[in-house]
Design a protein around this ligand. Sequence first.
Ligand SMILES: NC(=O)c1ccc[n+]([C@@H]2O[C@H](COP(=O)([O-])OP(=O)(O)OC[C@H]3O[C@@H](n4cnc5c(N)ncnc54)[C@H](O)[C@@H]3O)[C@@H](O)[C@H]2O)c1
Length: 270
Amino acid sequence: MTAGSEYWSGRVVLVTGGSRNIGRAISRRFAADGARVVVNGVVAGEAEQAAAEMVDAGLDAVGWDADVSDPAAVDAMFADVAERFGRLDVLVNNAAVTMQGRVPFERLTIDDWDRIFAVNARGTFLCSAAAAPLLRAHGGSIVNISSIGASKAHRSAVPYDATKGAIESFTRALALECAPDGVRVNAVAPGAISNDRYENLPQDVQQTEVKSIPLGRAGTGAEIAAAVSFLASDQASYITGHVLTIDGGLTAQARQASSEIIIDAGGAEQ
Ligand SMILES: NC(=O)c1ccc[n+]([C@@H]2O[C@H](COP(=O)([O-])OP(=O)(O)OC[C@H]3O[C@@H](n4cnc5c(N)ncnc54)[C@H](O)[C@@H]3O)[C@@H](O)[C@H]2O)c1
């Protein structure tokens, strides 16, 4: 399966937080391979704008604003998918937030903790639960976006890393429950992936950020999208409950230099 094929033709894919950065790359990859893509976003109008740009490029996409932590908004989004398309083949749980900068554990507030868990963990649960009946009908698949922070801690990013650990446990537990229905559930755990925050860093800081990565550079959204597409496809038909690390070799090392900046996801209010 190569990018630009018609592999996903006739199939419907929903990507949460799909309007920018990694989510946008995932949305575009599925659409470029023929899927009808529902681009979810939380910033008013952003998902529609991203979808409109894809339509202008000859791809099939619609935008839908919904806060993934809000059960009513999530239910309305999946009801619309059912009504509009009558099917869902792939759910990508990509939406996430973290703190602005590094916040030491003792300075965290309960609101910080709850908001990050609400989007990253509850959002993944709510979307998966709402998608399940649709996915079951055609043997679909869920791909959750974790982080290497689930297994190797970022400094002073306790709630973010904890949500990603929860997402990986959720992936395995849900894979067991969904297997009898032919629905597979996997995750990818990215390392440092270029996004607008990374691209806006000064060149020397960018270089410091990637110097301990064996492949010597940040990854791209397209590289994450390729893995997500593979895991969701029939080529991965015997893979479920798996977490695929995509980090340029970062976590394969005995020692890793600690990064100063978290580029993983936007702040809570984004
Ligand atoms: N960039 C990295 O280096 C990196 C590394 C590891 C993991 N990740 C993960 O990859 C995913 C995408 O990260 P990114 O780098 O593209 O950052 P990003 O901040 O651009 O992506 C997060 C997306 O989620 C959306 N979002 C936030 N709250 C939402 C809500 N309540 N409802 C719906 N959407 C909401 C944001 O608007 C944004 O589009 C995240 O899950 C992140 O944790 C990123």
